[in-house]
Design a protein around this ligand. Sequence first.
Ligand code: C2E
Ligand code: CA
Ligand code: CA
Length: 564
Amino acid sequence: MGKTTKNLKHMADLIFNNATLIIFTWDLDGRITSMNSYGEKITGYSEEELIGNFWVELFLGEEKDKINDLIECIKAGKDTKDVLSTLWRTRHNQMIDLMWTNSPIYDSNENIVEMMSFGTDITENNALLKKLNRLAYYDDLTNLPNRKLAEEHVDKVIERCDKHNKKTAFLTLGIDNLQQVSDTIGYEVANTLLKFIALELEENDNINYVSKLNEGEFGILIYDIEGREEVKKKAEELLLSIRQPLVDEGYNFIVNASIGISIYPDYGNDFSQLMKHSNIAMCKAKENGSNGYLFYNKTMKREIEKNIFIVNNIEYSIGMGHLSLHYQPIIDLKDNSIHGFEALIRWFHPKKGYIPPMEFISTIEESGQIINLTTMILESAFRQKSLWNKKGYKDMKIGINLSIKSFQKGNIYEEIEKLLEKYDISPKEIVLELTETAFVKSLNICDDTLKKMRDLGLEIALDDFGTGYSSLARLSKLSLGYLKIDKSFIDPIKEGNNEEALLKHIINLGHSLNLKLVAEGVETKEQMELLRRLGCDLFQGYYFAKPMGADEAEEKFLFLREGI
Ligand code: C2E
Ligand code: CA
Ligand code: CA
């Protein structure tokens, strides 16, 4: 043997014995003829035990004839990866993932006598890849496909729909009380709740695909729908199926959920539109009360866009002075004198024009921006009042509307107290108007603030009376100053009709509680005169004057200080 050949043999031995690769040789029948020590270690068999065994049978448990395919491939120099599975079963029944390179060994006549295979253990790599894949495409908690995977899936569903002219319903199911559960009982229970719903949805035969979209929101598909009726029925059943009492470590509660539905291709042509629209419908369903479902429609979209506009623009508009107060006179029915003014907010947007308060107040109440607006309203009303006081227009009240959100804010009382002092105004000149619905909904929370305000000498008016079903017993406890009778009671009154009797009853009731009664939305002389006869104290309405700018109000009603 020459020196070089000797060296090569030595090198081959070194590789065979030390490489961290499985290296083994096998004859053309598939019988093992040698195995390196790394291969022994990985497979759990000694070389002695292995020699003479058919490796395919031993490690793969598969058919022997696959060997022939493999040999053909190797001979042809083709990629052999697909020919045989790379999963090997070890002596200890563990599955290992291997990646192979295979080479033929020739004799001196160039005949293939044996095969040599080199296998790299990629079990860990593959496990890592799988884990990464799970992280990227599945929700950790519920193991459901996440938004990304759902999107890929929806793309395919859409393609199929187009091909076969079918429709698919896209549902967003949102849990209404998840945050509440998380805040009051703890996030672990909220997680249990999510897992429970994920399971219920996965097992539901009515639906074809479930994914987890956002926190507390599931994306659901129903394929090949015939019409809305079918989807309606399934949505109802879905809501029922998850509305089971959930008992967890002593907690027992019912899951409340809402569903929004958009349909491909009627209400969106890709995943993001379908999802956006079903989400809009879900939010609307939630607003209408829990445990309902709604189909998306175009009006919802316009409403959402309007709300987004409001939220994005209100603060800038406040800063730019596009919001200001208008004043509507409140008239004393006894002598037609000006009792005071109600301050009403006006938003004139340079591009959109006039935006009525009914269109933005509730939106900014929800976004919390009402707090800033209330600060502006209070400041502006107090400044105006002090200006008028300085001009000598005294004994005249200013009514300020407070939404319950700003009333609940911790320091509204202090804010008002400071303003009274800053502008040197007597508290009895200020009337805070709170709607009846606000009172009914959440008065207990702010009872304390209310009491402090009354103690300070501020007066409180119950606004929109008649719309909120408050009880008489409760009203009497609030020590209010005024009841403002809602316009809907004034509109239909005519001498001698039922409404007249009802109004009379309200007025008497108010008086028995020592309240002053204000009729809202008086538009005709007849209404005014009838109210006077019924003993109503005050009124406001277009019949006398619409709300107007402070200067106009001053010019028309304060400068002369005449009655009508
Ligand atoms: P509200 O407090 O009941 O105010 C009375 C509403 O009736 C005002 O509408 C007023 O312009 C309107 N009105 C007065 N007389 C008549 C009439 O004879 N006929 C008709 N058809 N309407 C009349 P506006 O200014 O559009 O305000 C609507 C609501 O928005 C208010 O109802 C109040 O709830 C809220 N709002 C207005 N300004 C403010 C504010 O500064 N702060 C808060 N939190 N809410 C406000
Ligand atoms: Ca009011
Ligand atoms: Ca009102």
